[in-house]
Design a protein. Sequence first.
Length: 125
Amino acid sequence: MNGKSTAYRILLSQLTVTLVLAALLLGIQGGRFALAALTGGFIGIISNAVFAWFALSGGVLPARQVMRQFYLAEVSKFAVTVALFLVALNLFKTLFLPILLGYGLTLVAYWTVPLLIPVRKAGAA
């Protein structure tokens, strides 16, 4: 499995857990909590999409350039995350917990999905 298909799977799983959480919170706590959780989830999804775009857009490059792309990707992801959290906290002043919960679940998906993807052996079709 290549990097782009892994990134798509991770982003799709993050979208799935975000939507499930928002649906659960909509039924339990109401629309404002659901929207805050959805916002937190989209912070994680958007920042990971930015990382994937920067990290995987260069094709085959020498190692030094690959490292530069990954550093740029990580700095960009961090900047986008901070900016989106500032906007979210400004919009949902007292609903920090659902925002954090939505974001946290995207992190769980980010770390667990690659563990669930089967690894192909070299030379296997």
